[in-house]
Each structure stands twice: as C-alpha cells, then as structure tokens.
Design a protein around this ligand. Structure first.
Ligand SMILES: Nc1ncnc2c1ncn2[C@@H]1O[C@H](COP(=O)(O)OP(=O)(O)O)[C@@H](O)[C@H]1O
Ligand SMILES: [Mg+2]
Length: 480
C-alpha cells in the first residue's frame, strides 16, 4: 500500500484517523477526521487553533519523528472550545524506511473540563489542600496552602512533605508512611488530628489535618485538608483568660462576703494566743520559774499562732490563685481541705456541715482552687437558703461525692432550705440574678462557667425539703 491510496477499511472507523507524509501534509483522512475539519493535502494541524507540544512548532512541520507521540490540540467551534488528544505513530515500509505517519484523535474535552474544574475547586477551596504521592512527595499545593505556608506551589512540587513539619515529625514522617504502607494501620488517615506545622519563615503554628487516601488504578495519593487553628487557639486562650479573671473576681467577692466568719476564725487563735501570753507573764510576775508550766503554755501559744497562720494561708491560697493551673487531684481531699474554710461559716449560722465522701474515686484533672470555689459557693447558697427560713426544715448541709455510671466524679450539695421556686429555675444561672437583698447573683453563673470549662456540668433539682446542687467532672487527663 502506498500512502496516496485511501484504505477503504478505515474510511468509516468510528474515530478520526489520518495518514500524513513526514512533512506533516495529510495524504489520507477518514470520514471522522474530515468531519473534524481535516482535509487531504493540508497540514494535519489545520483543523486546530492551537497545539500543545513541548517539542515546538518545528517538530510539527518537519515531521513527526520516529517515536510514537501524543499531544493535545485545541479547536474553536461555535459551541465552544474542544480539545483532542492526538496520538501519532510513524509507519514503516517493508524495508523499515519511514513512509509516513499515522495519527488518531480522541475527544478529551469533557475530561479536560473535569480536570480544570477539579483544579479550580482545589484552588478556590478555603482550606489548604496538599496532595502527596506514596513516597511523601508533594504533587499538589493549592492556593490556600500557598497563603498558609508562604510557599509557591512550584517551589514545593516534588519536595518531601515533611518540610512543612517540625521535629520530631519531620524525621519520623517517612517511617509513618512506610509503616502505613506495610501494615495498613491508620494513625491519621480518615481520622484527622491537631498538629503543629512550620511555615516558610519558621513560624510554628497549630493546624487541624484530615488525611484521605486516593487510589486510582494503583496510583496512591494522600490528600491532606488543613485548617489553621492559630486564631481559634487564640480565641480559646482569650476565653480561658476571661474565665480565670471572672473566677478570681468571684473568689474575691466570696471572701468579702465571708469576712465575718473569717474574722471569727482568726480571732479564735488570736484570743487564745493573748490568753496564753498573759498566763506566761503572770507566771513570770510571780517569780515562779516553773519551766514545765511555762513551756506548756508557750507550746500552746505556738500551736495557736500556727493555727491562725494556717487560716490566713488558706485564704491567701484561695484568693491569690490568679494563674490557674490544672493538675490531677483527689476531689475528696480537695473538699475536706475546703471544709476548714467553709466550716466556720456554717457554724456561725448554726448549721451542721456534713461530708460523705465516696471511698474510691478516680482522680480528676482540674484546677483545685476553682473546684473548691464552686463547692464553697454551693455550700454558702445552701446555708443562705436555710437561714432564710430560720432552718425550719432542718439545719444540715450534706456534701457528697460519688462516681456516676458514666464514670464521672459527681459532687453534690444538699440542703434543707425551701428549694428553688419554679419561676426562678430558668434564671438561676444567669449573671446578676439574685433573690437576696445583699446578693450579687454572680455565684452560680461563675460556678457553671468554671465547671463547663472543665468539661463538666452543673445543675440542681428540688427535693422533699430543700434543693440539691450537683456538678460532675470528667476523670482522666486532658488528652483523653
Ligand atoms: N440552695 C439553694 N436553694 C434555693 N435557692 C437557691 C439555692 N442556691 C441558689 N439559689 C437561688 O439562686 C440565686 C442565685 O444564686 P447565686 O448566683 O449564688 O447568687 P447570690 O447567692 O448572690 O444570690 C439565689 O439568689 C437564690 O435565689
Ligand atoms: Mg451565692
């Protein structure tokens, strides 16, 4: 067969086909190629407005070369642009000499459109998106990622993704990837987690990373969707600081309200000190140098001054604690420590304060002073509620701890007051809501803020006589 003949068998093939001489001029075009606008005797590129080729125009005009070649060509039509993928192959004669080129075209318009859409979706995405291959090399870095990390995509293509990570992840990332490929054990894929990243300028910042795995025809890709958490963390930090300040103000005002009982608590040892000092002086005045009696009196004096010092120290701890910190603490120990502070207040009102701790409670990760503050507020409210009705229903406040079925530690303060009136119930935890003439109405609102800041809940219910206020705290450490 020579190139000039029209092979009738290909005339009606369902795809475009042409045969060109090595100068690029078409010798034969089948019906499908002709319907693309191709004509015999013209350059094969004639139906197209543009041809994407890396080897340049010269390649197009001076022959197709000996290797199979693939390139994309664009055609403007009244219905818009269409793209074709042209595959060409040199045809050889029996002696192995090139006699021309055979070319076909596939319409890839829809495919290109889909790809372009996917690219646009990637680049207009609010979240940063980084795609890596199975070796951890970056294959895509969208515009949001460029803004977040300060790199241009072109700088990072083919680079290991661990450039975006601080140590120790930078070093360990290859091992993570390998372990996943070996074992299929998912540490992050499909789960997502908070991590630190490092940008072009060395700034360390927190982010949320969700990774998904894409496997197209055995070609593995990991897509990371990234959200910068800097602002969220800052807002959380601000909210936390505000909570701390509020809690601190709350403690100051509680102490202010308790001045009477505190003064009483300090006056007792002071009075005792004065008394023992007096009796020492009397002994000396009499000229008795009974060292045993003198020593005993001085020892008691010392003991009382320590007691006064303890009261002051406890109050100081309670009030000065500005910078809150969390630690693993026993709620029972915390509460029995608090009873020293609350006990005198109760006694002054003729109220019995009973503590019924549950024997085996797990520790709680909390700010001990803040938890004491909440319990103290609940106790003081209980005392107020009972004093208001002159302890008609009884004069006992019971503080209990228990482990709930959900595995949380619950603290409850049960009183014998008149309970919470139905029309008060909904406003109880609102700031400045009070039914007391000298009340601030901040107590419960601060208490709830503190407990919720600890991941717990605070609520109440009425009982036969009085109310019971209770709060729960999650057990375990912060990471759980
Ligand atoms: N144990 C209780 N029994 C009945 N009412 C209570 C009890 N605790 C709180 N309350 C009601 O909730 C209101 C708000 O309490 P709180 O926020 O501590 O502010 P304050 O004690 O300054 O009034 C109280 O004024 C009272 O009406
Ligand atoms: Mg109160």
């Amino acid at each position: 067969m020579t190139m000039a003949e029209s092979p009738p068998a290909v005339e009606h093939l369902p795809f475009p086909l042409f045969v060109a001489a090595s100068d690029g001029y078409v010798r034969f075009a089948n019906a499908a190629w002709r319907s693309l606008g191709g004509t015999q005797g013209r350059l094969w590129t004639q139906p197209f407005g543009a041809v994407e080729t890396e080897t340049g125009d010269a390649w197009l005009r001076n022959g197709f070369g000996r290797l199979p070649n693939v390139l994309n060509a664009m055609q403007s039509t009244p219905d818009g642009v269409r793209w074709y993928r042209i595959a060409s192959q040199v045809a050889l004669d029996a002696d192995g000499a090139a006699i021309g080129v055979l070319g076909t075209a596939i319409d890839i318009t829809d495919q290109r459109r889909a790809e372009a859409e996917a690219e646009a979706v990637l680049d207009t995405a609010v979240d940063a998106i980084v795609v890596i291959d199975s070796a951890g090399r970056i294959t895509r870095f969208n515009q949001a990622a460029e803004r977040m990390f300060g790199y241009a995509e072109a700088e990072l293509l083919g680079e290991p993704v661990n450039r975006l990570m601080p140590e120790p992840h930078r070093t360990d990332h290859d091992a993570y990837l390998q372990r996943y490929k070996d074992s299929g054990e998912k540490k992050i894929i499909g789960i997502g987690r908070e991590l630190d990243a490092i940008d072009r300028f060395g700034r360390l910042f927190p982010l949320y990373l969700a990774v998904s795995e894409v496997n197209v025809d055995g070609r593995l890709r990991f897509t990371g969707i990234i959200r910068d958490l800097t602002e969220r963390h800052a807002a959380e930090e601000q909210a936390r600081e505000q909570r701390e300040r509020l809690a601190h103000v709350g403690r100051l005002s509680t102490m202010g309200e308790m001045t009477a009982s505190i003064a009483h608590e300090i006056n007792q040892p002071l009075t005792a000190i004065a008394m023992y000092a007096q009796s020492c002086l009397t002994l000396l005045d009499r000229g008795e140098v009974d060292t045993d009696r003198l020593g005993a009196a001085l020892a008691k004096l010392n003991q009382q001054s320590l007691r006064a010092g303890e009261v002051i120290e406890r109050i100081q701890r309670f009030v000065l604690n500005q910078d809150s910190h969390r630690e693993s603490a026993s709620v029972n120990r915390l509460l029995s420590d608090l009873l020293q502070l609350a006990g005198s207040d109760a006694r002054m009102h003729g109220i019995e304060l009973r503590f019924e701790p549950s024997a085996s409670l797990p520790e709680v990760f909390c700010d001990p002073i803040q938890i004491q503050q909440v319990a103290l507020n609940l106790i003081r409210n209980a005392i107020d509620a009972m004093a208001e009705i002159d302890c008609r229903n009884g004069n006992r406040v019971t503080l209990r701890t228990r482990l709930t079925v959900e595995g949380r530690v619950e603290v409850s303060v049960s009183d014998m007051g008149s309970g919470v009136a139905d029309d008060q119930a909904s406003r109880l935890f609102t700031a400045f809501h009070t039914t007391k003439s000298d009340g601030m109405g901040m107590g419960l609102s601060i208490c709830r803020t503190i407990i919720e800041g600890h991941g717990g809940t605070l609520d109440f219910r009425n009982q036969v006589a009085g109310a019971v206020f209770f709060f729960t705290l999650p057990t375990g450490t912060m990471d759980e």
